[in-house]
Design a protein around this ligand. Structure first.
Ligand SMILES: O=C(O)[C@H](O)[C@@H](O)[C@H](O)[C@H](O)COP(=O)(O)O
Length: 290
């Protein structure tokens, strides 16, 4: 089938390749003319037969502006799919705005990163059944082969909600492996830390794709000596914790792993300076000066 694809960066560009390899006709647009198949969104709309489907794969900050611009060149019966990491609460107002023009909307949480082109992308979809059915050939081509990797999770917003929780789990899992790494690296007994992680890849209870990727990273740099510990986040973990607060769900592990990222950005901790100062005040305990 035909699909418009807006945003041809690391994710969108690879998705275009996977879809074309499956026989779909993809018309891609990107602000970077070198990546783009067409010069404007209007040209993209012209190249597609009605009713059109256009998948948006842009960074979360520019999604609404992109969708609004796109809505200006689409019309009744068309569908816009947002496959970026948008906050789930942005989806219903978007769907309502588009619905006033007769444009359908699906939100899709897409997981798989740069490996998706080869392994397929796990898809978590929110929206109306009739819209999901229309996009099924595209979903089939993008998803991994096999039984799993696709869910119609619920109405508009449910796809991004499922992806948000997925990413919260991702934070927690990564952090558990990371803490195990630090303890092994500090131990006086274990001399082959990369070897321990490698051995865990088969047969153990903790084998997983993230573990495989940590093994890969340790193959490249056994002591992670090249890296700084500074770790970014792009919002999904914060939204997960916001939801946990709203619903009073005790998200101990995920919250701790989010806060560990914040701590990773500090050269010095103002909070721990305050603790050191207080110990000195009440107990005369020694402090270290800078
Ligand atoms: O499932 C995935 O493919 C990843 O989760 C992907 O979506 C991305 O790498 C994260 O959004 C990074 O999120 P942070 O920047 O918050 O770690």
């Amino acid at each position: 089938m035909q699909l418009g694809l807006v945003g041809l960066g690391r994710m969108g560009g690879n998705m275009r390749e996977r879809l074309r390899a499956a026989g779909h006709e993809v018309v891609g647009f990107d602000r970077n003319a070198e990546l783009s198949d067409v010069a404007t969104l209007a040209e993209l709309a012209d190249k597609l037969e009605s009713p059109r489907a256009v998948w948006v794969m842009v960074p979360a900050g520019v999604t609404d502006a992109t969708i609004d611009e796109l809505a200006g060149v689409l019309g009744e019966g068309d569908i816009i799919i947002d496959g970026g990491n948008s906050r789930f609460s942005d989806d219903p107002p978007r769907a309502e705005r588009l619905g006033e023009q007769g444009i359908g909307y699906l939100d899709v949480g897409v997981s798989g990163g740069v490996w998706g082109r080869q392994n397929g992308y796990a898809l978590m979809v929110g929206g109306a059944q009739e819209h999901v059915e229309r996009l099924m050939p595209i979903f089939e081509a993008l998803k991994p082969e096999g039984e799993f990797g696709f869910v119609h999770a619920g109405p508009v917003g449910a796809g991004h909600y499922a992806k948000m929780v997925h990413n919260g789990i991702e934070y927690g899992l990564m952090h558990a492996y990371a803490e195990g790494y630090e303890l092994l690296a500090k131990s006086e007994l274990v001399t082959n830390v990369p070897g321990v992680f490698k051995s865990w890849r088969e047969g153990t209870v903790v084998r997983s794709w993230l573990l495989d990727l940590l093994d890969r990273a340790l193959d490249e740099d056994p002591e992670l000596a090249e890296l700084s510990s500074y770790t970014e986040d792009t919002g999904e973990g914060r939204w997960t914790v916001d939801e946990a607060v709203r619903l009073a769900v005790p998200l101990n592990v995920i919250t701790a792993s989010l806060f560990a990222r914040f701590a990773s950005r500090q050269d010095d901790s103002p909070a721990m300076k305050a603790v050191a100062a207080l110990r000195q005040q009440f107990g005369g305990h020694a402090v270290r000066k800078r």
